[in-house]
Design a protein around this ligand. Structure first.
Ligand SMILES: [Zn+2]
Length: 190
């Protein structure tokens, strides 16, 4: 493992400062203050029906993901509404309220011992959602992201270059994304 204390300190961005103090960015005004450029995407959407006395009420359930490629941030949110557009907006707003930023590094054993590039995670991390378990493992420099296309796209949009993701259990998209998010939530570099 690399001793991060020996790495020359670089000028910290305000987001990194927040990270060290284990704080979260949780409202829209703050996102603008920090000049974050978030990418928001729909990762899963489904139409659900609620049966009532006089018939069925259709509604939409959308899983939105917000990512920040510069600061390696991710947020996941769920939006429910009878209107598809409203559900989408709600999911994005919820995703932006749950942002987590990661400090990257290199924890790959296959990598050069002195690798100080911030291309992967520093250690393994796991997350669970329902019966889905996601295992995220550091990968060698240049090996790319090994994961299902949907998960790989999210990881890529967080600015992580190399990572291996193993999914066990149900491969339902919503569960997979949430399990990966849970794994990233429990990750800390130090
Ligand atoms: Zn490395």
């Amino acid at each position: 493992m690399i001793d991060y204390r020996n790495i020359a300190p670089r000028i910290e961005t305000s987001v990194e400062l927040l990270l060290r103090n284990k704080m979260w960015i949780s409202n829209k005004a703050e996102i603008e203050d920090f000049g974050l450029e978030l990418q928001t995407r729909i990762r899963d959407s489904s139409r659900v029906q609620k049966t009532v006395k006089f018939g069925k009420i259709p509604s939409f359930r959308i899983l939105g993901v917000a990512t920040d490629v510069n600061n390696h941030g991710i947020g996941v949110g769920l939006g429910r509404s009878r209107n598809k557009v409203d559900a989408r907006v709600k999911s994005f707003n919820n995703a932006k309220k749950n942002l987590k930023f990661l400090l990257l590094g290199c924890g790959s054993l296959a990598c050069d011992k002195n690798c100080t590039k911030e291309h992967s995670l520093t250690k393994r991390t796991t997350g669970k959602c329902g019966s889905t378990i996601a295992l995220l493992m550091p990968a060698e420099l240049g090996s790319g992201i090994v994961a299902s296309p949907r998960v790989a796209e999210i990881i890529r949009q967080m600015g992580i270059k190399d990572l291996r993701v193993k999914i066990r259990g149900s491969r339902n998209t919503m569960n997979c994304v949430k399990a990966v998010y849970e794994a990233l939530l429990s990750y800390t570099r130090e």
